[in-house]
Design a protein around this ligand. Structure first.
Ligand SMILES: C[S@@+](CC[C@H](N)C(=O)[O-])C[C@H]1O[C@@H](n2cnc3c(N)ncnc32)[C@H](O)[C@@H]1O
Ligand SMILES: [Zn+2]
Length: 370
């Protein structure tokens, strides 16, 4: 890196100080750093501080500047060993420099391998973090094999266009599912991603259950709890199915087969799937995370906590409700939620969209709003 120092700048994130490449945020950065992903990293810290294990062996196959791992070493209040890896040689040099900059001299290794080779050559990890450019699909096989029996797997996907239906062919190739472009497309995208990870894991008799997942800033993020169990894997596969929302009357349909093909109102239904129809969160886990949350993460965590208690499939937007019911004025979100809860439904805001409402079951909206 001699003579290159002018291409790097120092940033502070959480309790880490790191050198990162200057200039535009592109894949070609030598030390890739995306400030928008600070939130993703902060949630990872919250997550790791909320798992019951007191000792963690962490694998970061795509570590870039090392910021995530340095934050884990400094902010996770447990005995932690972090294995950093990146296929870019410059990245691994920067990681070593950044570790020194943070006065860290033990509790880590740094390697310069392809991510899959790094994972397969290891003895396994209690937490593995897959954080690629775009789709995580090529790395899932090695990741699910090396996540330990009671371990956790964090997966980021930034290819939201295929998952949310802009490129259905790319979604079919990478995720073996059909997406749909509609008002709740980011929920279907997240559910399609979850199923793909579970399918890959089931080949190794592993059950990967989502404990915390979300969509934000054009990326999807899922944390899974792993279990080596044929019956648990079978149980998860039974929760794969199809999801449709009627654009004429707003009814939601979900089942393990795409049926019926027509809504009760007569309109044709467009199904997304197969996808994960189970829970996106473990409410008690979210509660623990919320206790560790700070001013940056608290609001988001609180929304997800409420949403996890409702546990709906296929949220509604105020815009679509207004359009379908031909309302002259859109209802206020909190008022609608209040009315729904009073009428005996379970409803809450959703983190998926600022104008979204999560409602359990198929609510009768007309009598509530007209
Ligand atoms: C999105 S960045 C990771 C960001 C980092 N985890 C963070 O939180 O700041 C993706 C990184 O993966 C690396 N990478 C891409 N393909 C890889 C592969 N096949 N094996 C290992 N590293 C890879 C790139 O060099 C880049 O540093
Ligand atoms: Zn309908």
């Amino acid at each position: 890196m001699k003579g290159r120092s002018e291409q790097f700048r120092e940033v502070i994130e959480g309790s880490a100080r790191v050198l990162v490449s200057t200039g535009a945020i592109t894949k070609r950065m030598e030390a890739f750093y995306n400030p928008i992903m600070e939130f993703n990293r902060s949630v990872t810290i919250l997550f790791l501080n909320s798992v019951p294990q007191e000792r963690l062996i962490v694998g970061l196959p795509m570590a870039a500047t090392g910021v995530r791992g340095i934050r884990i070493l400094k902010e996770v209040k447990k005995r932690v060993m972090v294995h950093f890896n990146d296929k870019s040689e410059i990245a691994t040099k920067i990681i070593k420099r950044n570790l020194k900059l943070n006065k860290l001299s033990a509790g880590f290794t740094v390697s310069n391998l392809d991510a899959s080779i790094f994972m397969l050559g290891s003895k396994g990890f209690s937490y593995l973090d897959i954080d690629p450019f775009g789709t995580p699909s090529p790395f899932l096989d090695s990741a699910v094999r090396r996540v330990s029996r009671q371990g956790y797997l964090g997966v980021t996907a930034t290819d939201t266009a295929p998952l949310a239906g802009t490129y259905p062919k790319a979604c079919l190739r990478n995720y073996w599912a059909m997406p749909v472009r509609n008002e709740f497309m980011h929920e279907t995208g997240l559910r399609i991603l979850i199923r793909k990870v579970q399918l890959i894991a089931s080949q190794f008799d592993k059950a990967l259950e989502p404990v915390f997942s979300y969509y934000r800033d054009h990326y999807y993020r899922v944390f899974f709890r792993a279990r080596k169990s044929k019956s648990a894997a079978d149980g998860l596969l039974k929760q794969h199915g199809w999801l449709a929302g009627c654009r004429r009357c707003l009814r939601r349909y979900h089942s393990i087969t795409p049926a019926p093909s027509k809504c009760e109102c007569g309109a044709k239904l467009n199904y997304a799937g197969p996808l994960w129809l189970g829970k996106l969160w473990d409410t008690s886990f979210v509660e623990r995370m919320l206790k560790h949350a700070d001013s940056n993460t608290k609001q988001f965590l609180s929304t997800i906590y409420e949403e996890s208690k409702v546990n709906a499939i296929g949220f509604y937007t105020l815009g679509m409700i207004g359009k379908v019911l031909k309302l002259s004025e859109l209802p206020k979100k909190h008022k609608l939620i209040e009315k729904l809860n009073k009428a005996g439904y379970k409803a809450s805001p959703t983190h998926f969209s600022p104008e979204g409402v999560a409602i359990r079951g198929n609510p009768q909206l007309k009598p509530l709003l007209l």
